[in-house]
Design a protein around this ligand. Structure first.
Ligand code: SF4
Length: 470
């Protein structure tokens, strides 16, 4: 008899990655339309909880209106001799995986960003109470983590109660993140890795160091270490540092080897602290995207919650499509907001000295991490709406990127190709259908590429007369 015989829909790995579009959803919890939502795992004493209990605090699924969005809080309380505080974050990250095992249930993101949808099909099959979801979670947690001796799950759907818990949850996340602050990569003997997101992004490997939290922002070095200790065959594992090959870019022979092995050869080198060259892979769970802005040779960061278009004219979702999937994409890097607090934040790319644009809410969140002299030099959507205005703003404020312009903006950002020039800097490669010529009439020419990502094995630019001579 299946472990999920009494659940009205199927449960299994096969449903991971299932997407439920707006038209197919019965209703949704969290997501961009709902400000307050959270998921939280708490370690408890054995006496504090009742094993197997599911509590629904507020309206249940059958009470909700079709097509609407609702607030939610998921509280998982676990107890056992080996269940310790350090494991909370890692257990919490599995909420995402386990809910996605349910046919017709989609779970995206994590912590205060969670977004869940139930399909009309699964609702019609009888999945009309959160009791079912609680039972699935309890059984999966117990089978995956034998160290859990007791587990109790509460779904909070009453908006006032979600609101009360929400602040508490944010404080708990902050306390977890603060723990790793101040620690340095050189203080530890080894790093840790995570491949939980390979079901969505097959070549993605998170390398987690004290100074680089995972890009979902949910697992720091302590969390990954605790998980690797209790479940060494699970998605978290030890990454030997090996030889330090490049301190500025953050390249370690051990991290390279593990990335290569775990990505099945897709990723050969990882620069932990750069978004160019060999950047860290990005799955799809990143809290934010760092993106290169060629017009000003600067870096912008846009977070998942930002509505509208960023200063480069692209929405978060558009950039997420080209950043994610487990690839190494130069100029686009999935990151956690907490990583912006790291002294090694994009250090090989000049770190904060290169950051020119942030959404105002992100700027507010990380204000204490921005160097004092740059605080008023980083623009937000309240200051500028496009790159032309941004350029002006940076000039007026005397942002450090401006000093680089004569050398870099003209030579790199606008890829000015003089006649007779063959090849382009390694940061710029071109992707055009085979056999399509690129020609510009007149004497000499200029190619200007903006907001494009192009790849080609070779680019040859010749004078027309030279071509005729051949
Ligand atoms: S983003 Fe990284 S750390 Fe977070 S769950 Fe995915 S693989 Fe693990």
């Amino acid at each position: 008899m299946s472990m999920f015989e009494d659940i009205p829909v199927d449960v299994g790995v096969v449903y991971e990655g299932e997407r439920i579009r707006g038209k197919e959803m019965q209703f949704e919890f969290g997501g961009p339309n709902i400000e307050q939502k959270f998921e939280l795992v708490q370690a408890r004493d054995m006496k504090e909880i009742t094993d197997g209990k599911v509590i629904i605090d507020g309206p249940d699924l059958k009470d909700l209106e079709e097509g609407k969005s609702y607030p939610i809080g998921i509280l998982v309380e676990a107890a056992g001799k080996e269940i310790e505080k350090d494991l909370e974050a890692v257990l919490e990250r599995r909420v995402h995986e386990f809910i996605n095992f349910v046919e017709g249930f989609m779970h995206l993101n994590q912590r205060y960003d969670l977004w869940m949808r139930l399909s009309k099909g699964s609702y019609k099959k009888g999945f009309n109470t959160l009791e079912y979801l609680g039972k699935v979670l309890i059984r999966l947690y117990k089978s995956e983590f034998p160290i859990i001796e007791k587990i109790q799950i509460t779904f909070i759907t009453d908006p006032k109660k979600v609101s009360g818990w929400y602040k508490k949850a944010l404080d708990i996340y902050e306390a977890r993140d603060a723990r790793a602050r101040g620690m340095k990569d050189e203080d530890v003997e080894e790093f840790y890795g995570c491949v939980l997101c390979q079901s969505f992004a097959p070549s993605h490997v998170c390398i987690i160091t004290p100074q680089r939290i995972s890009l979902c922002g949910a697992i720091n070095w302590f969390d990954a270490r605790a998980a690797a200790r209790v479940d060494p065959k699970g998605p978290n594992f030890l990454v030997p540092k090996g030889e330090l090959l490049d301190d500025v870019h953050g390249e370690y022979s051990g991290a390279n080897e593990v990335a290569k092995q775990r990505s099945l050869g897709e990723v050969e080198r990882v620069w932990l602290y750069s978004m160019f060259g060999h950047p860290h892979t990005s799955c799809g769970c990143f809290e934010a995207i760092a993106f290169y802005i060629p017009e000003v040779d600067g870096v912008g960061v846009v977070d998942r919650g930002y509505e509208g278009t960023a200063v480069n004219g692209l929405a978060f979702s558009t950039m997420a499509n080209q950043t994610g999937g487990g690839k190494q994409v130069e100029g686009f890097n999935g990151i956690a907001i907490e990583y912006m607090r790291s002294p090694r934040f994009l250090q090989a790319d000049r770190g904060w000295n290169r950051v020119v644009w942030l959404p105002s809410n992100v700027k507010e969140k990380v204000l204490d991490a921005i160097p004092e002299e740059l605080k008023d030099k980083v623009a937000t959507e309240k200051d500028v709406t496009n790159t032309a205005e941004l350029k002006q703003f940076l000039k007026e404020k005397g942002h450090p990127v401006v000093e680089q312009w004569p050398a870099e903006v003209e030579a790199e950002a606008e890829v000015v190709a003089e006649a007779g020039y063959e090849g382009v800097p390694s940061e710029y490669s071109f992707q055009l259908p085979a056999g399509i010529p690129v020609g510009v009439p007149g004497e000499g020419f200029q190619l200007v590429f903006k907001n494009v990502k192009i790849k080609a094995d070779k680019l040859i630019i010749r004078r027309k007369e030279e071509t005729k001579r051949k």
